[in-house]
Write a protein that binds this ligand. Structure first.
Ligand code: C2E
Ligand code: CA
Ligand code: CA
Length: 768
């Protein structure tokens, strides 16, 4: 077996979801207490109407109706009349004769003899009704039975049945227990199917009650009935005048005399033996679908599964009941309703944070909740230059793109559980037992993407790179972060994939010693500020510079600024460093100002610094001390999740803007920020990341992204700085896009203060 054909662990541990658990508990309760009976009944009655069909006609009713009573006297009748009816029915060839009354009362000797004779003559064809009677006073059950003279010459049958809490009769017994013996019901006898005492069956009320043939007892006694109507049939004699008989609710037909219940039951059994699946089995199946929907690879698939189940619960019983298979669906429908409400609620409140809002796929919040085991590997795939791609696409295209990438990743990994991150990232967990194949797999995926993707008919070139975290003993959330960082590193260094490298103990040691030396460095001149010129494209003049930290270490040489900043941020030393840079930069700008040069200075501000309560105060003091107008200072901030999630940070930015200091979003395009989002931030400049500027000449997507960013930023009243300009061609393009300011090696590398002074002086003399 190909190792990747194996399901990832998340699949083996599907998540139930809070709503689903609640729905199951409520549905279970509903099933146990039969709280859904009226709904179940209403649904079944509706279905019955759809498949209504006539009875077999094997059983006919001889009814004691109003005409019979008017002609032959009040009910109960004299035994002579019963004897006459039995004789007639027997002679006409009835197969079985059921008498739906008890024959308990006294009569004249001769009449009693006449009936006993008739029963004798019918030779066991006749069944007389008996009923259990519960006496509340004596707390005893007695059986109402015919007089011994009759009982000895005929069979006995039970007329017992009971209505549910809503007065409806849905079921009939096969047999009941009477004084230690099992006595078959009329339905069971006439229907020809037996069951044990106490066992009951659901009556098929899709049979048409009106198709039961009823003959008036009067017509029978008067000899007006043709023998054809009786011959070979089973006959049930009973009262059909509702003024005389207890009536009960026969679902779908209203209140009906008791004799018809027996006939409906008999006709049910004549067409087969009903099978019942009840509610619990159905509920289990529905719950399983619910679990599937919750864990489905896409929201669409989940919804489709739920909708299909709903339709099946409504429609399938119609076909089942036509074959006498009965299921109860209300607890399951209740479960679906609760799950549906849960989903709608989540959607309305937009709190379904574990799915991506655009694509509907599970996002990284969900990935961060997956349970991982020792040896499992976290992988993040990153679509290169995704922000530039996305900037040139409509949301529908982006969704389609995400879908295509996803299906291709699924294809390549054999995994269904992919999580959709922001900015064109996808993540998944590779189970430990598949780890050995990972390198090959990533290579294959990389190649798979090189073939281009057919996006709505147009092939687009995409390339992906991967970040891999295989560290042990860390939370899944920090492992996702590491894999993301590794993917970024792979992207920057043009590698197919990069494994996250946790800081080794030596690294940590070096960081600590680096920090302890940094303070000294700041006082003894090892740490200094480099200034990189910024060119104003409108005036064609260098009007400012970005201040960048430099550390010339006596033994280690130039130390990478990114490393210094990372160490400072990790060990809460960034504030001291930033104030050092601010002080130096503001001093230099004010010196130039004193020489009559209007010089704008930009300083990088770590987003963490926005937590500092006295930041605004300290800035104000510094500016005042060096007599530099606030308008000359710009703070460059990279948009991060930290900034995004803190309202206090935004308040701080507002206070900074209020002072007159400019705020610029650094590395625009690499972070999470979109222009719509930036609108909410108090910024007045956007600095497009050098990756996009560098890519502009070769990649059309980059050019489109830069161009559209400039236009949009202008419409939001923001200035745009392009960083990393290295060629004239790039500069020309930026000029045509109406970019405001450029920075990069083409204009000038970061340089010492004295170097930038002469740089500006040269420019002046050139202009003169
Ligand atoms: P950044 O803010 O994006 O700074 C621009 C970086 O791009 C600088 O790298 C600069 O040398 C480099 N660069 C400028 N023009 C070009 C070009 O044409 N081509 C290329 N390939 N690169 C160019 P540097 O000085 O290594 O700084 C790296 C990062 O360190 C900065 O990126 C910034 O995030 C951080 N940093 C530097 N100084 C400070 C500071 O004082 N405070 C804070 N918080 N961060 C700082
Ligand atoms: Ca910067
Ligand atoms: Ca930058």
């Amino acid at each position: 077996m190909h190792p990747s054909a194996k399901m990832p662990k998340q699949r083996m541990r599907p998540r139930m979801g809070r709503w689903l658990i609640w729905a199951f508990v409520v549905a279970l309760f509903c099933g146990v207490v039969d709280f859904g009976a009226p709904f179940e009944g209403a649904l079944r009655t509706t279905r019955n109407k759809l498949i209504r069909h006539p009875v077999s006609g094997e059983v006919v009713v001889v009814g004691i109706d109003s005409a019979s009573v008017h002609k032959y006297g009040d009910w109960p009748w004299r035994y002579g009349l019963h004897a006459e009816m039995v004789n007639k029915l027997h002679k006409m060839g009835a197969k079985q004769i059921g008498l739906d009354f008890y024959l308990t009362g006294a009569g004249t000797r001769s009449e009693e003899r006449a009936l006993a004779g008739a029963l004798e003559l019918a030779r066991g064809k006749v069944y007389i009704g008996t009923q259990r009677h519960f006496d509340r006073h004596s707390d005893k059950t007695t059986i109402i039975e015919p007089r011994p003279a009759f009982a000895a010459r005929a069979n006995l049958a039970s007329v017992d049945y009971s209505a549910n809490a809503f007065g409806q009769v849905w079921r009939l017994p096969y047999a009941v227990e009477a004084e230690g013996v099992s006595r078959m019901s009329f339905a069971s006898i006439l229907g020809g199917r037996a069951g044990i005492a106490g066992e009951s069956f659901p009556v098929d009320y899709s049979l048409d009650l009106k198709s039961i043939k009823t003959i008036s007892a009067k017509d029978l006694l008067e000899g007006k009935v043709s023998p054809e109507a009786i011959r070979g049939r089973k006959v049930m004699v009973g009262v059909v005048w509702d003024a005389l008989e207890d009536v009960h609710a026969l679902p779908g037909f209203g209140s009906i005399p008791g004799v018809y219940f027996h006939v409906m039951g008999a006709e049910t059994l004549l067409s087969g033996r009903p099978v019942e699946f009840g509610w619990f089995f159905v509920l289990l199946v529905t719950t399983a679908v619910g679990v599937f929907a919750k864990n489905a690879p896409s929201r669409f698939l989940g919804r489709a599964a739920l909708a299909a189940t709903f339709s099946a619960l409504i429609g399938l019983p119609i076909f089942l009941e036509a074959h006498l298979i009965f299921v109860n669906v209300v607890p399951s429908l209740l479960l679906l309703a609760i799950v549906g409400i849960g989903r709608i609620r989540a959607r309305l409140r937009n709190t379904d944070v574990s799915t991506d809002l655009v694509s509907g796929y599970d996002n990284f919040s969900a990935l961060r909740q997956v349970s991982v085991e020792q040896g499992d590997i976290v992988v993040v795939a990153k679509i290169k230059r995704f922000p530039a791609l996305a900037a040139s696409m409509t949301p529908e295209y982006i969704t389609e793109l995400a879908r295509l990438v996803r299906s291709r990743l699924s294809l390549g990994t054999g995994l269904q559980y992919l999580f959709h991150g922001e900015n064109g990232t996808f993540g998944w967990v590779v189970p430990a037992e598949m780890a050995w194949a990972l390198s090959d797999q990533l290579g294959a995926l990389h190649a798979l993407f090189n073939n281009g993707l057919p996006l709505n008919g147009h092939p687009i070139d995409l390339s992906v790179c991967f970040g891999v975290d295989s560290t042990a003993g860390r939370t899944i959330s920090s492992r996702v972060d590491s894999a993301l960082a590794a993917a970024d590193q792979a992207d920057e260094s043009n590698m197919r994939w990069v494994g996250y490298d946790p800081v080794t103990p030596e690294d940590a040691e070096w960081q600590r010693s680096l920090l302890s030396q940094l303070n000294d460095g700041m006082t003894n001149g090892q740490v200094w500020i480099a200034y990189q010129p910024k060119l104003d494209l409108r005036t064609g003049k260098v009007t400012g510079a970005e201040a960048l930290i430099r550390w010339t270490h006596p033994t280690k040489g130039e130390i990478c600024p990114v490393e210094i900043i990372a160490a400072c941020e990790q060990h809460d030393k960034i504030s001291g460093l930033t104030h050092f840079v601010l002080k130096s930069a503001i001093r230099c700008a004010s010196e130039l100002q004193a020489k009559g040069i209007q010089f704008n200075i930009a300083v990088n501000l770590s987003p963490r610094m926005l937590d500092e309560r006295d930041l605004v105060e300290r800035l104000r003091e510094l500016l005042l001390q060096h007599q530099l107008p606030a308008q000359r200072l710009t703070l460059e901030i990279t948009e991060t999740a930290e900034l995004r999630n803190k309202t206090s940070a935004i308040t701080m930015l507002k206070a900074i803007r209020l002072m007159g200091v400019s705020v610029s979003i650094d590395d625009y395009g690499t972070g999470l920020a979109t222009l719509e989002y930036l609108q909410l931030l108090p910024v007045n400049e956007i600095k497009i990341d050098r990756k996009f500027i560098n890519g502009m000449l070769e990649e059309q997507n980059c050019a489109v992204m830069v161009n559209s960013t400039i236009q949009l930023a202008h419409s939001l009243n923001c200035k745009v700085v392009a960083e990393g300009v290295e060629s004239e061609a790039t500069l020309d393009m930026l000029r045509s896009f109406k970019c405001d300011t450029v920075q990069g090696y083409l204009i000038g590398r970061p340089m010492t203060y004295s170097a930038i002074q002469s740089f500006i002086a040269d420019q002046k003399s050139r202009a003169a």
